[in-house]
Design a protein around this ligand. Structure first.
Ligand SMILES: Nc1ncnc2c1ncn2[C@@H]1O[C@H](COP(=O)(O)OP(=O)(O)OP(=O)(O)O)[C@@H](O)[C@H]1O
Length: 290
């Protein structure tokens, strides 16, 4: 083994350094995930007790080590119960960003099928959005580039219909029995309508109602781009990765949809929802359109 440093009785190898770096990154990621929630205080409490445990263990203080060791044993189970929602969120983030979450990769690996491009003609979506926005008809469209989202599709009515402007307008027409909930669009098809999306658990600025909360929640849980047309103002927004872009022009929507479907990383172009809490942000009733 190659040792980098030898300070007194302490010898640190490259492996130790990598180990320490990885643990630091992990702790930072957990901190980022829990920041702002009540769970962060419990997490810091556990972390402090664990550090004390490591310290007394290193000093060979046996009695204290046994007591704290017992506490840590029970503490792990308690932590799993207390942090269940955060652990779920953490695993979802890992699953979402893993390249194995891409269904077309699985098809290629398992069935030797040639991977098809996920890009398709988005004009029907843009044209339908213009019409829905112009008539102040609320709409929620989930675009997926690498998964059929079966779990969410099955919460609504399965369709598997070829995408068209008229189909989308008919679905979101307020007299249509399919208008409530979201449509899921994948590979040029409307896979399902009337789907129920997960609502974000974060605090969302007051101007965003349930439709926007569901869009933000869906974009947090999956690698999807969610398009929202507000029933109240006709404004068009996009949600991605828990962030949002509000009151977009149709040209902007077209560019974002095309970039997303061709695999471009657009996450950085989105605003954190906290931006819309600023006092200078005014909900504009003026709609920009091209
Ligand atoms: N979890 C959900 N999944 C899918 N669709 C939902 C969900 N929650 C609400 N919606 C849709 O949003 C509609 C209610 O929207 P609401 O008016 O509360 O939201 P909003 O964000 O203020 O939108 P708007 O600006 O259009 O008024 C519902 O009728 C339903 O179609």
């Amino acid at each position: 083994m190659i040792f980098l440093f030898k300070i007194g009785f302490l010898e640190i190898s490259i492996v130790n350094l990598i180990d320490i770096s990885l643990v630091s990154i992990l702790i930072y990621q957990v901190y980022k995930l829990l920041r702002g929630s009540v769970a962060i205080k419990i997490f810091l409490g556990f972390l402090s007790i664990y550090l004390v445990y490591l310290f007394v263990n290193a000093l060979r203080m046996e009695l204290l080590t046994i007591i704290l060791g017992q506490f840590m044993g029970v503490g792990v189970i308690a932590a799993i119960i207390i942090f269940a929602p955060e652990i779920r969120k953490f695993l979802l983030i890992i699953g979402k960003s893993s390249f194995l979450s891409n269904e077309s990769i699985w098809q290629e690996l398992l069935f030797w099928r040639k991977r098809e491009s996920n890009a398709f003609n988005i004009s029907p979506i843009i044209e339908a959005t213009k019409s829905l926005s112009g008539t102040n008809t609320g709409a929620l469209m989930v675009l997926s580039r690498n998964s059929e989202l079966k779990f969410y599709s099955e919460s609504g009515d399965l369709m598997d219909a070829i995408l068209s402007k008229r189909l989308l307008i008919s679905i979101f027409n307020k007299y249509s029995p399919l208008h409530d909930g979201a449509v899921i669009i994948y590979n040029g098809k409307v896979k399902a309508a009337r789907c129920i999306l997960p609502v974000t658990e974060r605090d969302v600025p007051a101007q965003f109602g349930l439709r926007h909360r569901a869009a933000i929640g869906m974009s947090e849980a999956t690698d999807t781009l969610v398009l929202i047309v507000s029933e109240e103002t006709g404004q068009v927004s996009l949600a991605k990765n828990g962030k949002i872009l509000h009151n977009l022009s149709f040209q902007e929507v077209r560019e974002f949809l095309n970039d997303y479907l061709s695999g471009v990383d657009i996450d950085d172009k989105f605003d954190p929802i906290s931006v819309y809490e600023r006092p200078q942000f005014k909900k504009s009733a003026v709609k920009t359109s091209n």
